[in-house]
Design a protein around this ligand. Structure first.
Ligand SMILES: *Cc1c(COP(=O)(O)O)cnc(C)c1O
Length: 368
């Protein structure tokens, strides 16, 4: 029989019902692996959205200690948090320059990623900045046809980086990748001697290795699979565990959860665990949808969610696991069930699973 599963950390407060463990050593190993893969290209780290939900400050400190010195955030406020962690780090702000925001970026020593001629004009010679060209996303960035104008415009203050972003680098055979690489090469010709950056996590793994001067991985650092058609080359960084709050047995014909979306077809043993959609577990992980429901590891074995995910709870079918009992910990995410696996069973993507990790979890950082 399995020993009751316990989170692999020293001490656990008895009152905690759900626990998120972030393995900073695994994180730095992932960064090193990516850096090795694109060497001699420099490897930055994208730490926007609170380091994809894992915590900007501890993540950044660990990466700085591992040798990473360039970071990308989305907003000025995130940039200021990054600056508070390190006075020396190079910090780019992907959202660019909101009207009137230049003094605040400058005061914090942040580098805007300028997305338009208007932004270049406003930044003028306020200091180092990147230029972002849109080669297919149609989201943010200068048009390829504006490269000449941007180069002339910014001559007084040459950009320290030119960059673009892949539309579908996670699909290595998508012809858009080659087209974007080609379009970006034409843009770079306007900026001789200026370092260039194109690759997110998945871009780093493209066969053509369009690594250029600086890579910008985010998702793969945090354990997400940058090569979805193949096994995940990255280490798991997160472990999410929740406690069994109660177990019960129900008879065939009885239902579970809101709207009674699941009905037992045999005598069934259930375990109610202490995490729900308020903690970021998607309602799409419920049973009865067009895909199999999400699972959790109970004493080392996968057990499915039955019924609908509630705000604070999910219910697992633990039939045939008499050892599963009140107070035990089950694993929702970890080495065995990765963010991509949970996402696939919840009708979403791993990025959303990470960035919606709830604020209510007890958080532990290990390996720092
Ligand atoms: C978010 C983002 C990245 C990181 O992408 P991942 O797929 O998470 O590696 C890189 N570059 C830009 C411009 C981004 O917005």
């Amino acid at each position: 029989m399995h020993a009751p599963s316990m989170p692999a950390i020293d001490r656990i407060e008895l009152s905690e019902t759900a626990l998120l463990t972030v393995d900073l050593f695994a994180l730095t190993q992932n960064w090193r692996r990516l850096a090795e893969r694109c060497a001699p290209t420099e490897c930055a780290a994208v730490v926007k959205a609170n380091a994809y939900g894992l915590g900007l400050e501890p993540v950044m400190r660990a990466l700085l200690a591992a040798g990473c010195d360039t970071f990308f955030v989305a907003t000025v406020v995130e940039g200021e948090r990054a600056r508070a962690v390190s006075k020396e780090a190079i910090v780019y702000v992907l959202d660019g320059l909101a009207p009137g925001a230049a003094p605040r970026l400058k005061a914090a020593g942040l580098r805007p990623v300028l997305n338009s001629l208007a932004e270049i004009g406003e930044w003028s010679d306020a200091g180092a900045a990147a230029l972002h060209f849109d080669t297919g996303m149609n989201r943010l960035g200068l048009a390829p046809g504006e490269a000449g104008a941007a180069a002339a415009f910014s001559r007084g203050a040459a950009p320290c980086l030119v960059m673009s972003h892949f539309v579908s680098a996670q699909s290595p055979n998508d012809p858009r990748n080659a087209r974007q690489i080609e379009a970006f090469a034409a843009i770079r010709a306007h900026f001789p001697g200026v370092p260039a950056s194109l690759c997110n996590s998945s871009g780093i793994f493209l066969r053509s290795k369009p690594h250029l001067d600086l890579a910008r991985p985010g998702y793969a650092l945090y354990g997400g699979n940058p090569t979805p058609a193949q096994p995940n080359p990255m280490r798991a960084v997160l472990r999410l565990e929740a406690r069994i709050l109660a177990t019960r047995e129900i008879d065939a014909g009885e239902c579970v959860g809101y709207d009674a979306t699941w009905t037992a077809t045999r005598r069934t043993r259930l375990a109610t665990i202490g995490a729900g959609y308020a903690d970021g577990l998607p309602i799409g992980a419920s049973s009865g949808l067009s895909r199999p429901p999400a699972e959790a590891l109970v004493a080392g074995r996968r057990r499915p969610i039955v019924g609908r995910v509630s705000m604070d709870f999910v219910v697992l079918d633990v039939t045939g696991a008499p050892e599963a009992k009140r107070g035990d910990w089950v694993e929702i995410l970890g080495e065995e069930i990765g963010v991509d696996d949970l996402a696939a069973r919840a009708g979403t993507i791993g990025y959303e699973i990470l960035t919606r990790l709830g604020g209510r979890y007890a958080r532990r950082y290990v390996g720092g």
